[in-house]
Structures are given as structure tokens and as C-alpha cells.
Design a protein around this ligand. Structure first.
Ligand code: GLN
Length: 200
């Protein structure tokens, strides 16, 4: 099993270390060819406008959208969440639209206003230190979205099937539980893929 980390832009190295800490092989993904070599993908924090522009130039954007539709697991943090969201405000821009959430960019303040907060995550046995850096705020979400954590009544961790997002940065802590959650999503996907098709 290999977990890809999008190396288009942003803090991908920190995600890579987290996954390696869990004993899982990782690969930096920069092209659609790279994408075909991995079993799941993390899109890091950074600058979503730049990420989307480069991903479109390389063809990664379209290939990723196709793969996500077939069940390929993906996890976006902060800017990565914006790349995956259905609707973006401030400013509106094209995104992959694979999770039914509406997000307001930079809603939690400027870079200097970064903060951390202990949050409760569904299924976790103790609180998690969530680090927010100019984070997007999820303003609304559709019925297929499961909210796994809230901060002040706004969702900060959500899942819709094979798509996981957090508006905070677990890669900037030494707590690997969110990454472990994603690793389990990738493991489930691999099991499904290996199962013979019911009507084949
Ligand atoms: N503000 C950035 C954006 O809109 C996200 C910030 C982050 O990823 N830490 O893309």
C-alpha cells in the first residue's frame, strides 16, 4: 500500500512524515501518472488558488476527479479541503466538487491569527489538538456529509464516503490519529477492490 501526498504546492513533507511514522509507504504525487501508482491521496495545506491552477495545467485535476468518483480515497487539509469542496466563497473558484460543503476561505483570520484548540472528534477516545492557519470555514453541508468534529458550531472535520477533509492541520502536531483514520479508509478501499465483483 502506498499513500500519495500531492506535492504540487504546500506543506506536503509534514504529511509524508506522518504517514511514514505509521509505517506506511508514501510517494509525492505531481502528475496524473504518479496518481496511478498510489492507493489514496492527501492534499496538504498551502494556497488553494495556486494548487488548483497547477493541478489543471498538469492534468492531475481531471484525473483525480475521475478517480474519486470510482471510490479512490482522498484527504484534504485546509487548502486541500478547498480544492475538494463543492462551493467556495471569497473568492469563488473552480474546485473538484467532490464533497458537498460550502466553504468561506480565510474565514478564521489572517496568517498572524493562527490558533490551536482542543476538539472532540467522533470515535476518538481523547481530544485532538487542532491547529488552524488562515483556515476555511465550512458554512453549510449536504445530507450525505458526516460531520466528525465541530468548533463553535462549525464543522471542522467531515467525510463524504471516500472523501475526508479537515480545516485544521494534524500534520503540524505529533498526533497521528487523523492520519491513521485516513490510512484505514485506504485499507478499506483496497479490500473492496480485491473483492470479486458480485455479478462478474
Ligand atoms: N488560506 C489558504 C487558501 O485559501 C489556506 C490556508 C492553509 O492551507 N493553511 O488556500
Amino acid at each position: 500500500m502506498v499513500i500519495g501526498v500531492s506535492g504540487v504546492q504546500g506543506d506536503f513533507r509534514e504529511h509524508k512524515w506522518m504517514i511514514e511514522k505509521l509505517g506506511i509507504e508514501t510517494m509525492v504525487v505531481k502528475s496524473s501518472e504518479d496518481l496511478d501508482k498510489v492507493d489514496g491521496l492527501i492534499i496538504p495545506g498551502g494556497e488553494s488558488t495556486t494548487m488548483i491552477r497547477i493541478m489543471k495545467m498538469t492534468g492531475l485535476f481531471e484525473r483525480l476527479r475521475e478517480k474519486i468518483k470510482t471510490g479512490f480515497p482522498v484527504y484534504g487539509t485546509c487548502a486541500g479541503l478547498i480544492v475538494l469542496a463543492k462551493e467556495i466563497e471569497n473568492y469563488p473558484q473552480e474546485s473538484l466538487g467532490v464533497i458537498d460543503i460550502k466553504v468561506m476561505r480565510n474565514a478564521y483570520g489572517r496568517q498572524v491569527d493562527s490558533f490551536d484548540e482542543m476538539i472532540e472528534i467522533k470515535g476518538f477516545d481523547r481530544p485532538f489538538k487542532a491547529v488552524f492557519i488562515r483556515a476555511p470555514r465550512i458554512d453549510s453541508y449536504g445530507p450525505d456529509v458526516e460531520v466528525l468534529a465541530f468548533l463553535d458550531n462549525s464543522p471542522v472535520m467531515c467525510r463524504q464516503g471516500n472523501v475526508l477533509v479537515t480545516s485544521f492541520h494534524p500534520e503540524l502536531t505529533d498526533d497521528a490519529r487523523v492520519h491513521e483514520y485516513f490510512v484505514n479508509m485506504v485499507k478499506e478501499y483496497r479490500v473492496q477492490q480485491e473483492m470479486p465483483k458480485a455479478n462478474a
